[in-house]
Design a binder for this molecule. Structure first.
Ligand code: ZN
Length: 188
């Protein structure tokens, strides 16, 4: 499990630092998804270097994040993480779900301007990755409309009216705390 997460992290790091040429056979290209640097980085694909770097560091710090990455890696879904704003003044949001052949493509925005520190940023990313695993857990959710109906079933309306789940809230807080504790212990 940990090894898988570390391999993913290495891919994530490479994705953030290497401008790989898009591979013609990637699901992202099939779907007309935004051009991202990560074409061979595994199932979690940061389109931003800072998101990539913070995820790489967080993998060492957070067992909860490692579990999430392992779940996503073993799934039929690719999760794209972009630096972009969200409605409702949220720090991050799970904006839509698409299908490309056998893959599902899940798109998450992270508003990097709102993150006050690394632990909080990791918590926000982890929160959204937990939402991603909620969709992954229901193979019938293959569009944004079906994503909406899923959250009508499993979610509740949080601040500003956006859907929320208790599991994502708890996961985000747990990852934030694990990262903060790790950074403190390692004087980072
Ligand atoms: Zn949420």
């Amino acid at each position: 499990m940990a090894n898988t997460a570390r391999n993913i992290a290495m891919g994530i790091l490479a994705a953030g630092t290497v401008m790989a040429a898009p591979h013609p056979a990637t699901a992202a290209n099939l779907a007309g998804a935004p051009a991202v640097e990560a074409t061979i980085a595994g199932h979690v694909r940061p389109a931003d270097a800072r998101i990539s770097e913070t995820l790489h560091r967080a993998v060492d710090a957070s067992p909860t994040l490692r579990d999430l990455l392992d779940t996503i890696e073993a799934s039929d879904s690719l999760v794209y993480l972009s630096d972009a704003p969200c409605s409702h003044n949220q720090h991050a949001c799970f904006v839509n779900t698409k299908t490309a052949g056998q893959f599902r493509l899940l798109f998450v925005n992270i508003d990097l301007r709102r993150a006050r520190d690394e632990a909080e940023l990791d918590g926000s990313i982890g929160h959204e990755l937990r939402h991603a695993t909620e969709v992954i857990g229901d193979p019938t959710v293959r569009s944004t409309a079906l994503q909406f109906f899923l959250y009508e079933r499993i979610g509740f309306r949080g601040n500003g009216g956006a859907f929320e789940t208790q599991a994502a809230i708890q996961t985000g807080l747990q990852i934030r705390d694990e990262v903060a504790h790790f950074m403190k212990a390692h004087r980072r």
